[in-house]
Design a protein around this ligand. Sequence first.
Ligand code: OGA
Ligand code: NI
Length: 364
Amino acid sequence: MAPVLDLPLNVGQIDDVQELKKGRKTKIPIRFVRDVAERPMLAATPSPLLSSIPVIDLKKLMSGNKEEFHLEILKLSASCEEWGFFQVINHAIEVDLLEKIEKMAMEFFMLPVEEKQKYPMAPGTVQGYGQAFVFSEDQKLDWCNMFALGLVPHSIRNPKLWPTNPPMFSETVETYSKEIRKLCKTLLRFIALSLRLNANVFEEMFRESVQAIRMNYYPTCPRPDLVLGLSPHSDGSALTVLQQGKGNTVGLHILKDGTWVPVQPVKNALVINIGDTIEVLTNGRYKSSEHRAITHKEKDRLSIVTFYAPSYEVEIGPMQEMIDESNPCKYRRYNHGEYSRHYVTNKLEGKKTLEFAKIPPKKS
Ligand code: OGA
Ligand code: NI
């Protein structure tokens, strides 16, 4: 992942959520209790119409007949424009592999805390075990334990953070990541086609894409109404692939037209979302939607998230094809490495990070 802050940070005490749960019965430490405006309001049920994000069948895009392909590509384009999210089925990744990575992740999170802390996430950094995006003593904490690794290019790897326990963990991460990388490349080709662009445009532009993995474990919480599993944010990637644990409850919420919409898990599907890079490249046509995770009183939850982004050297800005008189250029050009650094050195706060690239609209 991108370079990190050089300054020593005082982030205060960061409690390990799983350990916290062992010690206390129902009281939530104040550092996890959100201000009223940020609390998830779990009682309000969104309209059923809103409650499902589109499902894209990759088989129809890969090998369907002309008509099927056409319909599916239109659906893909509408999903990226309206939601910035979709779930992909028939993605060709073996169910066994999805189950194996989930098993490895759960085995890792269930290890004694001393074992997990052999791979600590240093304050202000984003790899290892702990809580990312915490920069000050008074910042609220998420009800989540994370474990993250930079994968590609090799230069972003920190070998000291690769667990030797569970024994098959690292090998499984390698195999899984190769498959997810192929999927990202395939999806980007179809996303390009859905924009009527050359299929290779993103891969050629991105050069050796950066890839990272983050496993998020959300333990049960006695007061899900007071805390957040993961603060609202958009992803700094080009594309994100999120695998939810089998049989997971609803936990991921997307902000759509001002309402938090829960994502209903679909069996063996992967959740895909557009990150900030594609929003900028498409001049805002495809959206990097704000999302968050909530917790549950009785059920824990796991997500395994892959971030796929351009090489740090690449310059990003809206593509010429996406700009015309009715769509004036909304973002400036910038270096992606600089954006990554900006992203990982600021707390998660809705779509605030993307202000980095926004050109203020002209007053008329
Ligand atoms: C993320 C993310 C949501 C979830 O890791 O960036 O949005 O459901 N996770 O875990
Ligand atoms: Ni996210």
